[in-house]
Design a protein around this ligand. Structure first.
Ligand code: USQ
Length: 513
């Protein structure tokens, strides 16, 4: 199968434009598969198409996406013509580029946001170092520059009546849920912050689930989770995609059980990550009780600044945070390098994480939207394009800084304010996106780092980094202490170090190509 057509064989059974005739809840009706003969002999499941009612009732497995006139080929697979997609959290780092990305693919994009990300960052005294426009200006520029109409509604998804009304009005065929607070350190500041992160995330997701159930049960929910839900099992057990594989076995006191199909253990690493674990269970249960369809996306650490669409006009740029709460590591490192601040490596720096660029994340989400889950299906995908230890990352940033921009980058190891393993095994499994959804990494780490440098070196952005330089060193300790971390070691000539260690590291830990 060609990767671009990863969904050509899907049928109306996957399609959100389908009504299962009579809306029979097959699990609740108490009838078994044998009785209904789902294998084809006397199958009773019938469907009707909301887009093509003239077809009447038909077998939902009869028409493939390739054969259906409503599904049209795009670079990310077949997509429903004018597919209605709602993005919760459309004003954020990921939500805004996704809106433009999907709009350019011909989707009808709608979205909600209450601007809380802007407020949280402001509350910390920080700002996005890449300036971003107000939403009205963004919407105007999207229309003017890219020809995209976005149906935006300012709203808090915890206001369930408003959310439900908007969903009812738009009737989205897919919903991407990005409307969560993404910061581990922010959730560890104090009780009030832990509470606000958990209630925003957990109750927001619950409001979304109930609204989908009541208004658009056929839609697919693409929910953003995190690789951090799994933690770092010190046994070295692989981090499977949500569930144990069929041949996993539990042995205990001379007896054995199959673990196949069971959710794998979760071991979150902050109160923020705990909120994502709670979401996982809520989404999983909703799919089970109400036959909702969802992909839960365990995303690695995101980085980057570029998609062709956000780069098309300064008013279309997405935010780029570098403070301890809202900046992720690679983004922070590049900003630090640009102003000559030694890169802040926490603790030993041997922690390993999965990573994915902004642009690759957009591709993954689009491919998931294009191949909706079946009714009742809850699936987990681990979304990353590679993994690497943090020291190697810092050295890669130093190397690109030196070779391409002639910046002498230093690295500093500082006390680690977090409670996390600093040396640990790490074997993430991330096969589904490439194998089942046709995902192909578009740009490697170094190329994207180069693009970040090029943008961040612009004088107006560099001065915005300088302005907030005092917010770079972390002061939020998991222990509750509030104090700036101390330097443990200063590493000079970091770019040369990358050359010396490259072969060794590349063959053992780096898997970014
Ligand atoms: N770290 C440093 N130096 C820094 C910042 C971070 O060494 O200046 C270390 C941290 O101790 C941690 C790793 O880098 O070991 C990643 O930290 P991060 O702040 O880049 O990312 P994290 O807190 O893990 O959270 C981010 C996103 C979150 C997402 C998560 C994916 O903010 O929304 O869930 O990445 S994952 O890490 O795979 O759980």
């Amino acid at each position: 199968m060609k990767k671009s057509t990863h969904n050509s064989h899907c049928t109306c059974w996957n399609c959100p434009a389908i009504n299962l005739a009579g809306k029979v809840d097959f699990r609740a009706c108490g009838q078994t598969v044998e009785k209904f003969g789902i294998d084809g002999t006397g199958a009773q499941i019938m469907a009707e198409c909301k887009r093509r009612p003239e077809l009447g009732l038909f077998d939902p497995t009869a028409i493939t996406f390739k054969e259906c006139a409503e599904w049209q080929l795009t670079p990310c697979g077949y997509l429903l013509k004018d597919m209605r997609i709602m993005i919760l959290g459309i004003d954020g780092y990921l939500g805004w580029p996704l809106a433009l990305w999907l709009g350019k693919l011909g989707c009808k994009v709608s979205g909600v946001d209450n601007y809380s990300r802007r407020d949280w960052v402001k509350e910390r005294g920080a700002h996005t170092i890449v300036p971003i426009a107000r939403m009205t200006e963004r919407l105007h520029a999207a229309k003017e520059v890219l020809g995209i109409d976005i149906n935006f509604r300012e709203m808090d998804i915890l206001n369930r009546n408003r959310l439900k009304e908007f969903i009812d009005e738009v009737k989205p065929e897919a919903i991407v849920h990005y409307a969560e607070c993404p910061s581990a350190p922010y959730s560890m500041i104090d009780f009030e912050h832990a509470k606000s992160v958990q209630s925003n995330n957990v109750i927001g997701t619950l409001a979304t689930l109930f609204s989908i159930h009541e208004v658009v049960p056929e839609t697919s929910l693409i929910k953003l989770g995190t690789m951090g839900e799994y933690g770092m099992p010190l046994t070295g057990r692989p981090l499977f995609e949500g569930f144990f594989p069929a041949d996993a076995v539990l042995k205990w006191e001379g007896r054995e059980w199959s673990m196949g199909g069971e959710l794998t253990p979760r071991d979150p690493v902050s109160f923020y990550h705990v909120s994502k674990v709670q979401d996982t269970f809520n989404v999983y249960e909703a799919c089970k009780y109400w036959w909702l369809r969802s992909y839960d996306v365990m995303q690695g650490v995101i980085y980057g600044v570029h998609t062709d669409h956000v780069a098309a006009d300064p008013r279309l740029r997405t935010r780029f945070d570098i403070d301890e709460c809202f900046g992720t590591i690679i983004n922070r490192f590049v900003a630090q390098a640009v102003i000559g601040f030694p890169l802040t490596l926490y603790g030993a720096g041997e922690q390993i994480r999965g990573f994915i660029s902004l642009e690759d994340a957009m591709q993954c989400i689009t491919r998931l939207i294009a191949k909706p889950p079946e009714p009742g299906q809850y699936s987990v995908v681990n979304q990353m394009s590679g993994y690497c230890n943090l020291r190697k990352l810092a050295e890669t940033v130093a190397k690109v800084g030196k070779e391409e921009f002639n910046i002498d980058v230093k690295i500093q190891r500082v006390e680690n304010p977090r409670v996390e393993s600093e040396r640990h095994p790490f074997e993430p499994i991330f096969n589904k996106l490439p194998d089942e959804f046709g995902f192909q990494q578009n740009e490697n780490l170094e190329q994207e780092i180069r693009k970040m440098f090029a943008l961040l070196m612009q004088p107006h952005i560099k001065s915005r980094i300088e302005e907030k330089k005092h917010l770079i060193l972390p002061r939020t300790w998991w222990s509750g202490v509030k104090k700036e971390v101390e330097q443990i070691e200063l590493i000079e000539n970091a770019a040369d170090r990358d050359k010396r260690e490259h072969i060794h590291v590349a063959s053992t830990e780096v898997n970014d190509e």
